[in-house]
Every structure is written in structure tokens, then in C-alpha cells.
Design a protein around this ligand. Structure first.
Ligand code: SF4
Length: 127
């Protein structure tokens, strides 16, 4: 067996031991993740992106503070801008003037040259 090289304080368990969900949650790393989750619920409670962002990457949030919960992922302003842009585009394409792209006989100017999120999602689904 290869020796473990890494950060043992952040190991929740080993798959060889078949740990239960409760075993993982009881580990020091599991408790730290729960603390991070609780922190995010408070710190990001008003944010519209909380369901999928969840405070960003726990590693980025916890490692700079030496293992203490002192904030969310420091890169979150960038994530927030990206989530804002994606949300705005989805809202525009779903509830805005998307019939310009959807109407087959429309011959007027298109809203944009780049494929929109709906077009990209359609391509992914059709694969
Ligand atoms: S975007 Fe920022 S405020 Fe919103 S959930 Fe993510 S880390 Fe929290």
C-alpha cells in the first residue's frame, strides 16, 4: 500500500474501512466541514447563489486561516460575477426576447452572433 502523503488533518476516512456517513461526519475533518457549512448558511444567507456556490471551495476558505473557519472562499467575488452573468443570460434567454432565436421563419437581425446558453444546453442534451 502506498504511504499517505497529504494533509492527514483533512482526511475524513478511508474507503478501505467502509466508513458510514456518520463515521465521516464524526471525523475532525467532517466536523470542520459542518462548521464551514454553518458559517456559509449565516455569511451567505442573503445571496441568491448560495444553493450552488455554498461559499466557494472549502479548501480555499480554510487553508489560508490554518484550519479555522474565518470566511468563505477568497475568490468568491469572481464566482459571484460569473454566477450573476450566467443567471442574467439564462433569465434573458428564457424570459426575454428569445423568440427571435426560436422562431424558424424569423429573418430579421439576430440578437447576438455567439450561441446563447439555451443553444449550448440544447447541444449538450442532443449529444
Ligand atoms: S457568491 Fe459569495 S456570498 Fe454568494 S454564496 Fe458564494 S461565497 Fe457566498
Amino acid at each position: 500500500m502506498l504511504p499517505f502523503v497529504g494533509m492527514p488533518e483533512y482526511v475524513m476516512g478511508n474507503v478501505r474501512d467502509h466508513p458510514s456517513k456518520e463515521d465521516l461526519a464524526r471525523s475532525p475533518a467532517g466536523r470542520l466541514m459542518q462548521q464551514f457549512k454553518d458559517h456559509v448558511d449565516t455569511a451567505c444567507g442573503d445571496c441568491r447563489h448560495i444553493k450552488y456556490c455554498r461559499g466557494g471551495c472549502p479548501y480555499n476558505a480554510i487553508i489560508p486561516t490554518g484550519g479555522k473557519i474565518g470566511g468563505v472562499d477568497p475568490h468568491y467575488p469572481a464566482y459571484k460575477r460569473i454566477f450573476d452573468d450566467i443567471s442574467d443570460r439564462i433569465n434573458t434567454e428564457l424570459f426575454g426576447s428569445c423568440e427571435m432565436e426560436m422562431t424558424p421563419f424569423y429573418t430579421g437581425p439576430r440578437r447576438r452572433d455567439k450561441p446563447g446558453i439555451m443553444s449550448l444546453m440544447q447541444k449538450i442534451v442532443m449529444k
